[in-house]
Every structure is written in C-alpha cells, then in structure tokens.
Write a protein that binds this ligand. Structure first.
Ligand SMILES: *Cc1c(COP(=O)(O)O)cnc(C)c1O
Length: 220
C-alpha cells in the first residue's frame, strides 16, 4: 500500500473510532511516526496532507526533518523517544512537541535550552504507566508530584501526558489511568495508542495517537 493510501485508511479508522466513542475526530491528532523510514516517505506523507510526525532519535530527526520543516512551514515534529539531557538543545530547536519529559535533570536541560533559544516546545510528561523496568517515563507513584513540579516550572508549555502501556496486556485500563491522571492535573493532551491499539486509545480519550508501522510499513 502507498503511504497516501495507508494514511487515508488510518484517518478513516480514526474517524470511525471517534464516532463510536461519541467524540469529534477533529479532537484527535494523528502523529505519523516515521522513525527509521526515509525522508522520501515523509515527503509522500506531507504530499498526502499529513503534517504531524513523530521521531524517537534527535540526530535522525535533525537529518530527516531539517529541510522538510523549512520547506513545509505547517509541518510539525514530535519527539517521542527517550531523550538524553545532552540532546535537549537540539530537541528544543527542532521539535514542536517533546513528549518524553520524565526527570528533573532533563527538565533542567530543556529549561536552559528554551531560555537560550527563546522558544519552548510543548511538553508532555511521559508516565511509565505499567511501571516496567525497561521503559522510560516517570513511575506512577511519583507521577503526581513530578507533574505538579513540571506545571509550576513550565506553566502552560506543559500540556499533557504520554504513555506506552505494557505490550502483552489489555491497554484500556492503562489508557484510562493516564486520562484520570491528566484530568486530575487539568492537562488537555493525552498521547496514547499506536498501530496496534489506537482505536482503544481513542475510546479511552486519546487526543494524540502515534501510528508508525500501519502507515509506513514495518521497520527493519
Ligand atoms: C515507534 C513508536 C510508535 C509507533 O509504533 P507503531 O507500532 O509502529 O505504530 C509510537 N510511539 C512510540 C513512543 C514509538 O517509539
């Protein structure tokens, strides 16, 4: 399937999932996750009207999106991978949104870079919603305190929460838990759901779904 056809299919599925949930599809942003796929495929997606993309590595994102973002002023890049503090400056320059704020050291680096650059991306706190040792994100027990601290530090730049539920479980309880946490903090953005589970995420209240392989094909 071409990228354009795959995008049309995913958009239709998002619309159906929104209707089924009694929601408006306009309130759900499709983040097309292009990691490992070439710039030419991103260009195809842009030509098909897709404007929001996700990448998980800063260097790959810089290489792939430097020219694309300059040439397409409406295009936006979300950084969705674990972010090292020493990459914060490049991330702040490049990203419309950083979805993976999960520790104070990274917050320090982002704040410093935002000051230097005179711009701050939209920020999401990543919550390790299944408290899995191999995943990044703030632990669920520490989430309330960390979100509150990031709210006071970044103000309205902090817009929401992101999670990746455990791979081998029903994701819905985890999605609901993230939504409760976002509600409790008055945060509007809930980034959750990937190729395998974005419809369940929409049913649970996702505002952003991050879909990669279902659009661009399998990753090597
Ligand atoms: C790769 C990735 C995705 C997309 O995963 P697919 O299963 O290919 O849709 C979404 N979110 C994050 C954080 C990712 O790293």
């Amino acid at each position: 399937m071409s990228v354009a056809a795959a995008l049309a299919d995913i958009r239709a599925r998002i619309a159906l999932a929104a209707i089924a949930a009694g929601r408006n599809a306009k309130d759900i942003t499709l983040v097309a996750v292009s990691k490992t796929h070439p710039e030419a495929m991103v260009a195809e997606a842009i030509a098909a009207g897709q404007m929001v993309f996700g990448e998980n590595r800063v260097q790959e994102a810089e290489r792939k999106f430097g020219g694309l973002l300059a040439a397409n002023p409406g295009a936006k890049l979300h950084l969705i991978g674990g972010l090292q503090s020493n990459k914060a400056a490049a991330a702040v320059r490049l990203a419309h949104m950083i979805e993976t704020l999960d520790r104070v050291r990274l917050a320090d680096a982002i704040a410093q870079a935002a000051e230097a650059e005179g711009r701050c991306p939209v920020l999401l706190v990543q919550v390790n919603i299944g408290d899995e040792s191999q995943k990044s994100g703030v632990a669920t027990q520490a989430a309330d305190g960390f979100i509150g601290a990031m709210r006071s530090r970044f103000g309205n730049a902090l817009q929401g929460l992101m999670c990746i539920p455990p791979a081998d479980a029903d994701p819905t309880p985890y999605f609901r838990q993230l939504v409760r946490l976002a509600d409790a903090h008055g945060l509007p953005v809930r980034s959750m759901g990937m190729s395998a589970d974005f419809e369940a995420a929409i049913a649970a209240g996702a505002t952003h779904v991050r879909v990669g392989s279902a659009i661009f094909g399998r990753r090597a």
